[in-house]
Design a protein around this ligand. Structure first.
Ligand SMILES: *[C@@H]1O[C@H](CO)[C@@H](O)[C@H](O)[C@H]1NC(C)=O
Ligand SMILES: *[C@@H]1O[C@H](CO)[C@@H](O)[C@H](O)[C@H]1NC(C)=O
Ligand SMILES: *[C@@H]1O[C@H](CO)[C@@H](O)[C@H](O)[C@H]1NC(C)=O
Length: 181
């Protein structure tokens, strides 16, 4: 075998094992998991010490995404995710399994956010199959419902407004460049 081929093979298998190592996710992965009840609730609202099924029953909602704990803020503004992560990490995150993605569901009316639910979940669409990333929008009863999906590492990704480029993608690009030279 020519030296050139041996070198190429070494580079190829080096990249292969590096990819396996990076994508093997040696670190556990987490997503945010909670429901922000929206601007109608503030620190004067009675504390909701209840389950999603009781709550949805009370407001007569069916098939609406919901995850406890319920989060309300002093003035009804959206929650500070860094603050939640720093002070209540265990309560507001879930551990993501390999078949799951992080999801954020947002309900808006006339461009004002009404509430948001964060969770670990499996994502599937009939026309495209399993989904691992991106945002999808739909109008339901005059409300805009948006779901954004991503796959995170140790820090939840479903709070960011723009999703970070994953380490895996960077490695793939680096390897491709190497092989093409
Ligand atoms: C709610 O928060 C406001 C400040 O934003 C404070 O003045 C008020 O005392 C709080 N009310 C209760 C019931 O904690
Ligand atoms: C919430 O409910 C649980 C179980 O029913 C109870 O143990 C707990 O004391 C309640 N907390 C508050 C703040 O009401
Ligand atoms: C979020 O808002 C929508 C529209 O007002 C409502 O139908 C839904 O039940 C709400 N979800 C939660 C968890 O409160």
């Amino acid at each position: 075998m020519e030296t050139k081929h041996i070198v190429l093979n070494v580079v190829f298998f080096g990249c292969f094992f590096l990819l396996q190592y990076v994508s093997g996710q040696t670190e556990p992965s987490y997503c945010f998991r909670f429901t922000w009840l929206g601007p109608e609730y503030d620190n004067t609202s009675t504390l909701l010490n209840t389950t999603c099924s009781e709550y949805l029953d009370d407001i007569r909602a069916v098939g609406v995404p919901c995850r406890t704990p319920f989060v309300v803020t002093y003035d009804g503004s959206p929650p500070d995710l860094d603050y939640l992560l720093d002070n209540y990490r265990d309560q507001v995150t879930c551990r993501r399994t390999k078949s799951q993605v992080c999801a954020k569901f947002t309900y808006s009316f006339n461009n004002e956010v009404q509430n948001a639910t964060y969770m670990c979940t499996r994502a599937y669409t009939a026309d495209r199959g399993y989904e691992t990333g991106g945002c999808f929008k739909q109008r339901v009863d005059a409300h805009d419902v948006e779901v954004c999906l991503c796959e995170s590492g140790r820090d939840p990704c479903n709070g960011a407004s723009s999703f970070k480029i994953s380490l895996v993608l960077i490695t793939i690009l680096a390897c491709l460049k190497f092989v093409l030279i």
